[in-house]
Design a protein around this ligand. Structure first.
Ligand code: SAM
Length: 445
């Protein structure tokens, strides 16, 4: 067997793609290795969402160039969003790269690797291609939790975002292929799936007959042995009452909703082309909380979008307090090539972005901790996922609302069990508790 080393940057979708690539190449006699130095093929799966992510990749490619000087037979490939966006720049700045291919070409990876090896010159494949659900099993050991891509691409055209260029238009996989994939994962021991899409709640509208995420959740819920369903990322613009009802009614769907707001200012939301106002977003939050009172909410926020004033930023701070998010991901606006926002006037200076980033994190951390403290004294359902990070004598798992809980339960419950844990302590990044029982019935969050 030849050895494959995979380096993955970016989102969950990239993690998923890397696993499929490893699965496909295993069928062509490549086994995974953790170590760069004994690999025959190194594939770098890249992210283009912000400039910093790209800088990391170019610096890694520089290191791999040095490795190739020592071991000229090692093949280096670049896949993912940067391959799609920057193929010429990659060839110019990293001429040692043997292979560049985008997401649509993943299904052809074995053939591309073989061509690059045979022809001994760089192979490029960044064109469009038909949507293929790759059925090769992931090459890594079976896992308790898995991602399942349900759709590719995005058609939202937010003015800051490069995803429509790197991942193309929206294309949904059929419910049958998705359910078959979930069944296969569960047969290997998987207990929780996260359904993935750049705008996952737009799922199914391009299919014939059209369907939606709510219906898909119902079908996935019926897979025996699966304990939990999560989904990400939703766009407020496509959030329907049917999806809210599904989060309330489909038993395995967790009470946790990631709903990117991006900014609390209507002026910024319009400039971003998000398609909703803060009032409309708040109405969705009210509807979610009316249906599922204990729901946990998380979001993405951008600071320093072009033209953002102190007043606009204050509106974002105010939304964090008002919505009371459990978790927030904060990003400094990064101009992306070819996007409308990159040439807008009034670009915000790095110093102002850094200052707003720090101030926003202060508020989001405090609000998140206040939300976390509500769990004290509750009995929560945990999916046990292994030993605690800092204490191998303890077990760890996540609540349905995605909080880490460490507890003393060794010998009484096993990895993959649903357990009931009484929360006795709230720490900044986790909860502690004592085992209450280990039933298979779901209780609260
Ligand atoms: N499709 C989802 C949506 O927009 O609702 C999110 C997908 S994106 C991979 C994850 C997050 O990265 C976005 O929600 C946004 O906050 C952030 N992001 C995207 N483009 C950015 C940019 N140019 N600069 C800074 N942050 C950005």
């Amino acid at each position: 067997m030849a050895k494959l080393h995979l380096i993955t940057y970016g989102c969950q979708m990239n993690e998923y793609d890397s696993e499929r690539v490893a699965g496909l190449l295993r069928e062509h006699r490549y086994e995974l290795t953790e170590s760069e130095s004994d690999a025959d093929l190194i594939l770098v799966n890249t992210c283009a969402i912000r400039e910093k992510a790209e800088d990391k990749v170019f610096s890694k490619l520089g290191e791999l160039g040095k490795l190739k000087v020592l071991r000229p037979n090692v093949m280096v490939g670049v896949m993912g969003c940067m391959a799609q966006l920057h193929k010429s720049e990659i060839q110019r700045r990293a001429p040692q790269v043997d292979l560049v291919f985008g997401s649509p070409a993943i299904a052809r990876v074995a053939e591309l690797v073989e061509r690059a090896r045979r022809e001994r010159r760089p192979v490029l494949d960044t064109g469009e291609g038909p949507l293929v659900k790759i059925t090769a099993k992931p090459a890594s050991a079976p896992r308790l939790k898995a991602y399942v891509t349900v759709m590719e691409g995005c058609e939202k055209h937010c003015t800051f975002c490069v995803v429509p260029t790197t991942r193309g238009r929206e294309r949904s996989h059929t419910p049958e292929t998705i359910v078959a994939e979930v069944r296969g994962l569960v047969a290997e021991g998987c207990r929780e799936v996260t359904l993935l899409g750049q705008t996952v709640n737009a799922y199914g509208r391009d299919l014939t007959p059209a369907t939606d995420l709510a219906a898909l959740m119902g079908a996935v819920n019926d897979v025996a042995g699966l304990a939990r369903i999560r989904f990400t990322t939703s766009n407020p613009y496509n959030l329907t009452p049917r999806l809210i009802d599904a989060v309330r009614d489909v038993p395995k769907v967790c009470e946790w909703f990631h709903l990117p707001l991006q900014s609390g200012s209507d002026r910024m939301l319009a400039g971003m082309n998000r398609g909703y106002t803060r009032a409309e977003y708040l109405a969705l939050i009210d509807a979610l909380r009316a249906a599922v009172p204990d729901i946990s909410l998380s979001t993405d926020l951008i600071v320093g979008f072009p033209g953002e004033t102190e007043d606009d930023f204050a509106a974002t701070l105010e939304m964090v307090e008002r919505v009371a998010y459990d978790n927030v991901f904060v990003f400094r606006y990064s101009p992306r090539p070819g996007t409308p926002a990159s040439t807008m006037p009034d670009q915000v200076s790095p110093a102002v972005k850094a200052d707003r980033n720090a101030r926003l994190l202060e508020v989001t951390t405090r609000v998140g901790q206040e939300r976390s403290r509500r769990r004290l004294g509750e009995t929560v359902e945990i999916l046990v996922d292994g030993a605690a990070k800092k204490n191998a004598g303890e077990l760890s798992g996540r609540t349905r609302c995605n909080r880490v809980v460490n507890f003393d339960g060794q010998g009484r419950v096993a990895v993959g069990d649903l357990a009931r844990v009484h929360v006795t302590e709230v720490l900044p990044h986790s909860l502690r508790g004592v085992l209450a029982a280990s039933p298979e019935e779901a209780v609260c969050s």
